[in-house]
Design a protein around this ligand. Structure first.
Ligand SMILES: CC(C)(COP(=O)(O)OP(=O)(O)OC[C@H]1O[C@@H](n2cnc3c(N)ncnc32)[C@H](O)[C@@H]1OP(=O)(O)O)[C@@H](O)C(=O)NCCC(=O)NCCS
Length: 162
């Protein structure tokens, strides 16, 4: 089967590392994504994580897609881990989000391309992604960027908050 080419309209959005001045826009976009995934994390908690990541790339990094007027219309949030599976530092694309009105014009794809470039520059050895069962449509996008499925399940045990 012939694979679908990567679709991009590079004039629509510019992908760049988020700056501290993007904090509120990033928190807003991530809040929208978590809402679409029915995850109930308080904005203050999102904000406190992003504030730390924006100033310390050892923890991860955030990309924004700036739209035609320069305002962020998409976000990719990467969090790093030091582990033995990949033999060192690797990371997750924990969130990837484009506002609905800007979807299917290549912005998600542009963000993944840039994410891979930044992660490689930071020395990450691999990038993991988890796909929500209700958002499996995104698998074709990841596949076009070389991500392979991993046959595993995920479990989570919440810990009491102090
Ligand atoms: C996933 C997402 C970031 C893609 O952004 P985009 O700018 O539309 O992406 P592109 O135009 O570069 O690529 C289109 C691809 O995105 C994916 N996609 C498009 N709309 C989608 C949606 N509503 N939900 C999930 N994936 C979607 C598909 O893989 C599509 O490829 P296809 O046409 O072969 O089906 C965007 O659709 C989104 O924010 N979805 C909701 C959040 C989400 O599901 N994030 C993924 C978390 S794992």
């Amino acid at each position: 089967m012939k694979s679908k080419p990567l679709k991009t309209d590079r004039s629509l959005a510019k992908i760049r590392l988020a700056q501290p001045s993007d904090l509120d826009a990033v928190v807003y976009l991530l809040g929208r994504q978590l809402c679409e995934h029915r995850i109930d994390t308080a904005s203050e908690q999102i904000k406190s994580v992003i504030e730390r990541i924006l100033v310390d790339t050892r923890l991860g990094f955030v990309l924004v897609a700036a739209g035609p007027d320069g305002k962020p219309i998409g976000v990719a949030f990467g969090t790093s881990i030091l582990g033995i599976e990949h033999g060192g530092t690797s990371g997750w694309i924990e969130e990837l989000y484009v506002l609905p009105e800007f979807r299917e014009r290549g912005i998600g794809s542009q963000m993944i391309t840039e994410f891979i470039r930044v992660a490689a520059r930071l020395g990450w050895r691999a990038i993991d992604i988890e796909v929500d069962v209700d958002h499996r449509r995104v698998e074709s996008l990841y596949g076009r960027h070389g991500f392979q499925p991993v046959p595993r399940g995920r479990f989570c045990r919440k810990l009491d908050k102090k």
